[in-house]
Design a protein around this ligand. Structure first.
Ligand code: DER
Length: 223
């Protein structure tokens, strides 16, 4: 599909961006989703140039292992040079909504560790104001109704992502109806709700680089 062509283009652009940085002991962080999946396939031929990876989901870990690429536990490494991952929405400040693939907690953990966060996305993800995509919030299952009531007070319309349990054994609420004019303050407000594990706003720590696939080629943005 045309969107897949754009995803492949940004995945290739990410390969071109990280290749000069790879050293024998480099650990590369790998995200989750269909764009990240294209990146993993393109990374495989380079596996002799770096040490290994950490992954933000079991699904990505399996795809990497399928290529013979080492996947480490994050506790076993003391540095992640670069983290490459997709997003559901990005604004011009490279503040993101993530979590469409239910991997937001491990994604945010790796972005906290990584020296550099490279976001790869097709142009459909670029928005002026975050929030058209329902904001994923990972919650401890017993707290789900409490967190939902608190999210309503913040102006949202939370919907339980029924049937989904995250890699961490938690549930997800997708919050509709938000027009997020101050992503950083909303991220902090949601984190303050007891029972919230992670929310999908990546604003306190936005992407460092955005590779955006457009019909006129891949555009590079820096925060
Ligand atoms: O769940 C996530 O955060 C993924 O990165 C997701 O937002 C991007 O998925 P896509 O590349 O399949 O659009």
């Amino acid at each position: 599909s045309p969107q897949d062509r754009l995803k492949l283009a940004v995945a290739q652009a990410a390969i071109d961006y990280i290749k000069p940085k790879l050293e024998p002991d480099t650990i590369v962080g790998i995200g989750t989703g269909s764009t990240a999946a294209f990146f993993i396939d393109l990374l495989a031929p380079l596996k002799g140039l770096f040490d290994g990876t950490v992954a933000s989901s079991e699904a990505s870990a399996e795809q990497l292992k399928g290529h013979g690429i080492s996947v480490y536990d994050l506790n076993a490494v003391d540095n992640v040079a670069v983290y490459v991952d997709g997003a559901d929405e990005t604004n011009a400040q490279l503040e993101l909504i993530k979590g469409g693939g239910a991997a937001l907690t491990r994604e945010k953990i790796i972005t906290a560790v990584a020296d550099e966060f490279v976001c790869i996305a097709d142009e459909s993800k670029w928005v002026d104001t975050l929030g058209a995509f329902p904001l994923p919030v990972e919650v401890i299952p017993m707290a789900r109704a409490h967190v939902a009531r608190e999210l309503v007070k913040l102006g949202g319309d939370p919907v339980y992502r029924d049937g989904v349990v995250t890699d961490n054994g938690n549930h997800i609420l997708d919050v509709h109806g938000l027009h997020i004019h101050n992503p950083k303050s909303l991220e902090r407000a949601i984190n303050g709700i007891v029972g919230v594990v992670t929310n999908g706003l990546f604003a306190d720590r936005p992407a460092d680089v955005l590779l955006l696939g457009t019909e006129n080629g891949v555009k590079t943005f820096t925060a």
